[in-house]
Design a protein around this ligand. Structure first.
Ligand SMILES: [Ca+2]
Length: 158
């Protein structure tokens, strides 16, 4: 019910099996094992009948391509995420639900939204969709390791 997609414009090169590989990863790379969490307080203010369930649409960026508002102009995602989630009534954390493909050893930021009303048209959140904030979703990718990472929704898109 979920899959991992490398960004088509992420500097990858097609390989024989049709997948893509990062060209600037170098010899050191690692993965993140992603879990997801939303606060119970945020669940309470969701617009009924919406629940903390839906499809998460997001992207992974290098920390130096993100400011406190989001990706900077010209930022290139290391990869995109599309994951069906149900965080229940407690808000989780739920997971790990996905292990990413190899990422460069760097601090990365996961930005995205939970489309609780299943109405996205251009991979953008509309009013009331839970979103992740840059400052709370930075993760260090460790070399040759699968590092646990919990993505937190902490705001409803205004
Ligand atoms: Ca939506």
């Amino acid at each position: 019910m979920f899959w991992w997609v490398l960004a088509a414009c992420g500097g990858g090169e097609p390989t024989d099996d049709g997948s893509a590989s990062l060209t600037d990863t170098g010899p050191f790379s690692g993965t993140l094992a992603l879990s997801f969490q939303i606060s119970a307080e945020l669940i309470e203010v969701l617009d009924p009948p919406e629940t903390a369930a839906g499809t998460f649409y997001g992207s992974i960026y290098r920390n130096d391509e993100v400011n406190s508002f989001g990706p900077i102009e010209g930022a290139t995602a290391l990869g995109d995420l599309e994951i069906v989630l149900d965080l229940g009534s407690s808000g989780g954390p739920v997971g790990p639900v996905l292990v990413t493909d190899e990422l460069p050893v760097d601090i990365v930021v996961i930005l995205g939204f939970l489309d609780t009303d299943a109405n996205h048209t251009d991979y953008s959140p509309d009013s009331g969709d839970p979103v992740t904030l840059p400052g709370q979703n930075k993760f260090q990718v460790e070399a040759d390791a699968e590092t646990p990472a919990t993505v937190l929704f902490s705001l409803l898109n205004p």
